[in-house]
Design a protein around this ligand. Structure first.
Ligand code: FES
Length: 172
């Protein structure tokens, strides 16, 4: 007997949407399901795109082989700057033994200050915020740097020392 009066807004909605009001809840559910499906599909497609992009960029990141000039003239316990893999990327070569060299990117992983070799402490030191890195593997010993220093892979080819690639400390 007591019929509820529909408010004008509902009536307008019902007129524009050609479904009986009794079935409107199913339509909303259907629309919601469609929305969820489309959103999930979009997220899935986005993830696939990110994975493909990542794989592609890894494949493109092939490093050149570059001779590190002046390596043999370096005294044990001293370091020199060289550029690798591009002329804009400064790296530090350290001669840690008669036949042993290590090399790292000179760019601190905190705020990109240039790290220096400390023969006294046998470690790489960032003068900006006292970030210290191990000479063994570039891992952070102290300070704010969030990641190890990227390491330059070196290879002895006859009399030449050749830089052949780079690894982040997290990869090794
Ligand atoms: S920039 Fe190297 S520790 Fe901050």
């Amino acid at each position: 007997m007591s019929q509820q009066k529909e408010c004008p807004k509902q009536r307008l909605w019902s007129e524009e949407f050609s479904v009986r009001s009794g079935e409107s809840s199913f339509v909303e559910r259907r629309q919601f399901t469609r929305f969820l499906t489309l959103t999930s599909f979009a997220m899935f497609a986005g993830q696939l795109w990110l994975v493909a992009k990542n794989l592609l960029s890894r494949r493109q990141a092939a490093f050149p082989a570059l001779v590190v000039n002046g390596a043999d003239g370096l005294a044990v316990g001293s370091a020199k700057v060289f550029q690798y893999p591009t002329p804009q990327d400064n790296c530090l070569l350290v001669r840690v033994g008669e036949q042993k060299f290590v090399a790292y990117s000179q760019k601190c992983t905190h705020l990109s200050c240039a790290v220096l070799y400390s023969a006294k402490h046998n470690r790489l030191e960032c003068p900006c915020h006292e970030g210290y890195f191990s000479i063994e593997d570039g891992r952070v010993l102290q300070g704010p740097p969030p990641r190890p220093l990227p390491r330059v892979e070196l290879e002895r080819r006859g009399s030449e020392l050749v830089a052949i690639g780079m690894t982040t400390g997290e990869e090794s």
